[in-house]
Design a protein. Structure first.
Length: 64
């Protein structure tokens, strides 16, 4: 259990620092933390999608 917890905690902590920028959640409780993490991952994924689509559109515009 201790080994498995260490494997799960590292990516979670990395996402928390990368997405939210600080080590603590603002909302308390499991539901609040889950909601905050869901919003953060959604924003992160939308940001990545926007940069990927904008890059493709820019390449197509420059090619023609």
């Amino acid at each position: 259990m201790r080994l498995r917890r260490g494997w799960a905690e590292l990516p979670f902590a990395g996402l928390k620092y990368r997405i939210l920028g600080h080590p603590r959640f603002l909302l308390r409780g499991r539901a609040g933390a889950q909601t905050e993490m869901s919003w953060g991952t959604m924003a992160y994924n939308l940001k990545r999608m926007l940069s990927a689509l904008a890059g493709r559109a820019l390449r197509e515009a420059l090619a023609s």
